[in-house]
Ligand binder design. Structure first.
Ligand code: PMP
Length: 360
């Protein structure tokens, strides 16, 4: 069978080696005669799986000891609520930077629980989108935290460095966690929905500094309360055990790849290949300021919008799946997360070249 490359923004491609291992032990996990999905989350075998996953994530991201790692329910959007529920009570107010559409959605939730100050919005200049420069931000001096989304999945925008702010930095890393080395100690809290670089959907990971736990508003649902989740090792109620197990397998795979620095180098090669091809083509265009181009979600437009549906149909016939851009942006989007091999990006480029020359 011809290889199929899935460019979906999420749920996204998983490493083939991980899926094969999961398939092989699906019915009979480690000779127990039952599936890992059938174990109680309190069983010592599952607890061991859970602890190993956390240990390996700590290793991969070099997470300091004064941070808790929580395995939560509710995906990325769940954390749009959990973050303000747990943190906004510190002062009643929070700063939010808008880098794209997911930042906007995070604000809609936070506004239910406190005062949100929008520090700046992304801009469009000469047809290119960019992130408002730091000196234009309207920061408040009494914010409980500063929230931003370093990689905007829909818009294909990525902020290369952490912003310098004087309050705890909270980041939605749903679409670029584990794609590059970051210094966790610069953040108060990091969260990420799992379905891009971690594993199956439904799970979200929260990495939170100890001093930011224990400030939840009274109305906070218990399963969203970081204190309760932490006190119960993320098993206050039944966690999504299969997603947790598979995330653990992805972490082992990442360690086998040489860790985050090694995958970052590969991600740079993949995204450079694709952006260079787009920049050298008269037929395709990317509309993001070059310094803010995402290494995970590469958006591009065809010269002629009418050709979009042909492009998608022919790409699919070549095994290049899910390239349609988000409806709010239009055009195409190639999500090239950690599990996408360089060969997948090369196949896409070969196809794009042929399509532009009408030679598919
Ligand atoms: N934040 C970002 C950056 C995302 O890309 C997404 C989903 N694509 C979300 C939040 C929402 O995640 P979920 O669908 O898991 O709630």
């Amino acid at each position: 069978m011809k290889p199929v490359y899935n460019f979906c923004a999420g749920p996204a491609m998983l490493p083939v080696a991980v899926m094969k291992k999961a398939q092989q032990e699906f019915v009979n996990w480690q000779n127990h005669g039952m599936s890992i999905m059938e174990f109680s989350h309190r069983d010592k075998h599952f607890v061991d799986v859970a602890k190993t996953a956390e240990k390996n994530l700590r290793l991969l991201m070099n997470i300091p000891d004064n941070y808790k790692v929580l395995f939560c329910h509710g995906g990325g959007r769940g954390q749009f609520s959990a973050v303000p529920l747990n943190l906004i009570g510190l002062t009643g107010k929070a700063d939010y930077l808008i880098t794209g559409s997911w930042s906007d959605s995070a604000i809609s939730e936070a506004q239910k629980y406190g005062e949100v100050n929008v520090v700046a919005r992304s801009y469009k200049k000469n047809g290119l989108t960019g992130i408002a420069p730091r000196d234009s931000w309207n920061l408040s001096d009494d914010a409980s935290y500063f929230h931003y989304c370093p990689n905007e999945t829909v818009d294909g925008i990525e902020m290369p460095n952490e912003p310098q702010v004087s309050v705890p930095l909270v980041a939605d890393l749903s679409s670029n966690i584990l794609s590059k080395v970051i210094d966790v100690s610069k953040y108060g809290l990091i969260y990420a929905g799992a379905q891009k670089n971690i594993g199956p959907s439904g799970l979200s990971i929260v990495i939170v500094r100890d001093d930011l736990i224990g400030h939840a508003l009274d109305v906070t649902p218990s399963i969203f309360d970081y204190q309760k989740m932490s006190d119960h090792d993320s098993m206050y109620n039944t966690p999504p055990t299969f997603a947790w197990y598979l995330a653990g397998e992805v972490f082992k795979w990442l360690l086998d790849q040489g860790g985050v620095a090694a995958i970052e180098a590969k991600n740079k090669i993949k995204s450079d290949l694709l952006y260079n091809f787009i920049d050298n083509s008269d037929y395709y265009a990317n509309k993001v300021e070059p310094q803010y181009r995402s290494r995970m979600n590469v958006t591009f437009q065809l010269q002629d919008e009418v050709a979009n549906s042909d492009f998608l149909a022919q790409a699919e016939a070549q095994g290049l799946m899910a390239l349609k851009g988000h409806r709010s942006v239009g055009g195409m989007r190639a999500s090239i997360y950690n599990a996408m091999p360089v060969e997948g990006v090369q196949s896409l480029i070969d196809f794009m070249a042929k399509f532009a020359a009408r030679a598919v």
